[in-house]
Ligand binder design. Structure first.
Ligand SMILES: Cc1cc2nc3c(=O)[nH]c(=O)nc-3n(C[C@H](O)[C@H](O)[C@H](O)COP(=O)(O)OP(=O)(O)OC[C@H]3O[C@@H](n4cnc5c(N)ncnc54)[C@H](O)[C@@H]3O)c2cc1C
Length: 542
């Protein structure tokens, strides 16, 4: 752990609590406006809901069912912006919407919804190639009559990387950032939030900082921050809804495109190509437990496996195909009586002035897709003049392919690394890739792959510790260079990686041991392995 200077007694114009995508976007916005900004995260940046999502950057086709057209408009605009501004991280994704005779949604309703969606997006979806369509149709259950529609959305395979980029931009703009640093309480006096009490988990030291504004961006933890600070809201701000996913190895007939279909209960389910695996989600279960301990239940895993098995019976999927399962809590606004799927996905900014804590705002809800626009809105609410970004023309995006061969070749030459490694650097680090490659040129240790199964290299680890505020090995391998989410990763890979990193980081045996232990504790708590011998699970797959 690096030693960090104490913040005790310092004054910040804005303190942002919570380093998920929303908190990081907001800290970046405030720092860019020249405000002295502190961002505090109890674990690691993007380790909460942000890394537990389905990772789709979407206009929100589903919101149309609930008549939230302005939300779709905002989401589409933000999706287009991300596609253009971060083409290495956010890429177009073609979806097939699958219906059969048992589906609850009618073909007419879906056709009308997609027509409206495309009108709002300002572009018509291209059809999938005949060959790919046929391939998907062949793999689907032949016992059903399928109706298939096409539409376009986008995917950010690694929102962890998007957060890392925004974080470094926040730092460049002057923000002070601290991960592994918990806000114990917001200090409220005379009806006003005045500062926060922090515990830096890297040093164990408590510190108090003063703040002009406190922005509670703790996602599903938002009510807890208020409770521990004795800030009483008239009702809970959140109604946490757990969503789980399973990650499968790629199976015979696995689609190379995204599928949107219905589970047996009519809920929408995604089957997505992701990280050379197949991501299936999600569920919706009311959950008011500790978000840090959330995990998929056996029933949710069975439900998801059953759903994908019904789509692809020929693949004969079983528990052994599940690499891992993970869950997150959607920080949805509190609501009573609504079906969970009908709770609005709109975000709210809760001003705590009426709760006796003026100059504190809690951010409730929000999507990966709209984090940047939420940040602009929240910054404006506290009086920061944020210019509207240049308008984005909707329509086919130009030059979306970040894997331009010339650039890949230049990176490969600069670092004396393979084209595969250069491409990987480009995909995860965008414009920084060339700098990382130059760093790698210095030694063979830096050019070495992090483990034998990946083309990502040790130089990326050095970048993560040196420039992207990684503190633990988990921060590095689960988020900054997220190779540990890959299809091959195992405890053996963690050990191999630690040994390869030790030289460049100067770790002794004790440091290797403690880094490895904390990585494995975090990895196994996050990425759950379903019980192998579950008869219910095997039945789900039958
Ligand atoms: C199952 C699921 C699927 C989803 N799919 C999508 C999708 O496909 N597309 C999309 O756009 N959105 C999706 N979302 C929504 C999206 O992921 C979230 O809305 C978004 O990540 C919320 O970000 P956040 O920054 O508000 O919260 P978080 O990412 O949870 O960040 C909050 C942070 O606050 C920290 N914190 C808490 N308490 C304290 C404290 N006392 N001191 C310091 N730090 C603290 C936490 O550690 C955490 O890192 C999905 C969500 C879920 C759960």
């Amino acid at each position: 752990m690096k030693s960090r200077s104490s913040l005790d007694g310092q004054h910040f114009h804005v303190v942002v609590i919570g380093g998920g995508i929303n908190g990081v976007a907001l800290a970046r916005e405030c720092a860019r406006a020249g405000k002295r900004t502190l961002l505090v995260e109890q674990n690691d940046f993007a380790s909460g809901t942000t890394s537990r999502s389905t990772r789709v950057i979407h206009g929100g086709l589903r919101y149309l069912e609930h008549g939230e057209i302005d939300l779709v408009r905002d989401s589409v605009r933000e999706r287009e912006r991300l596609l253009r501004e971060r083409p290495h991280l956010v890429q177009p994704l073609h979806f097939l919407f699958l219906l059969n005779e048992e589906s609850q949604r009618s073909a007419l309703k879906v056709r009308a919804g997609l027509w409206l969606y495309q009108r709002i997006a300002g572009r018509k979806s291209g059809d999938l190639s005949e060959m790919e369509s046929k391939r998907v149709e062949r793999a689907l259950d032949r016992g059903h009559r399928w109706t298939i529609f096409n539409f376009e959305d986008a995917q950010c395979e690694f929102p962890e990387r998007l957060v890392a980029e925004w974080l470094t931009e926040a730092i460049q703009a002057g923000a002070v950032v601290r991960n592994h640093c918990e806000v114990l309480a917001v200090d409220v006096a005379h009806g006003r939030a005045r500062g926060v009490l922090l515990r830096d988990r890297t040093t164990g030291k408590d510190q108090r900082v003063d703040a002009g504004w406190i922005l509670n961006c703790t996602g599903p933890w938002a009510d807890r921050v208020c409770q521990r600070s004795a800030i009483r809201t008239t009702k809970p701000m959140l109604g946490g809804v757990r969503g789980s996913h399973i990650v499968l190895s790629r199976f015979a007939g696995a689609p190379g495109t995204a599928l949107y279909s219905e589970a047996a209960d009519g809920r929408p389910v995604f089957v997505l190509p992701w990280n050379e695996q197949v991501l299936v989600g999600t569920t919706e279960i009311s959950d008011t437990g500790d978000p840090a301990k959330t995990a998929p239940s056996q029933e949710e895993i069975e439900y998801l496996l059953r759903t994908v098995t019904h789509l692809f019976p020929k693949a004969k999927l079983g528990t052994h195909d599940i690499k891992y399962a993970f869950a997150g809590i959607r920080p949805l606004p509190y609501s009573t009586g609504n079906k969970l799927s009908a709770v609005t996905r709109r975000h709210f900014l809760h001003d705590h002035a009426d709760d006796g804590a003026a100059r504190m705002i809690s951010v409730i809800g929000g999507k990966l897709t709209t984090a940047a626009s939420l940040a602009r809105e929240c910054a404006r609410k506290i009086g920061i003049a944020v210019p509207e970004p240049k308008s984005i023309a909707v329509g086919p995006a130009a030059a979306l392919d970040p894997l331009l061969n010339d650039e890949v070749l230049e990176i490969a030459r600069a670092g004396a690394v393979s084209e595969e490694t250069a491409r990987g650097l480009m995909e995860w680090h965008g414009h920084r890739a060339i700098e990382i490659a130059r760093m790698a040129l210095v030694s063979a240790d830096l050019r070495a792959p992090i483990c034998p199964h990946t083309s990502h290299i040790v130089a990326e680890v050095v970048e993560a510790y040196g420039r992207e505020c990684a503190v633990t090995l988990g921060d590095v391998l689960l988020r900054r260079v997220p190779v540990a989410l890959g299809a091959c990763w195992s405890e053996q890979c963690s050990r191999e990686a630690a040994l390869r990193i030790r030289g460049v980081m100067g770790w002794d045996e004790q440091a290797i041991g403690s880094n490895l232990e904390s990585l494995e504790v975090e990895r196994t708590a996050f990425l759950r392995r379903p019980a192998r011998q579950s008869s219910a699970l095997e039945a789900a797959a039958d």
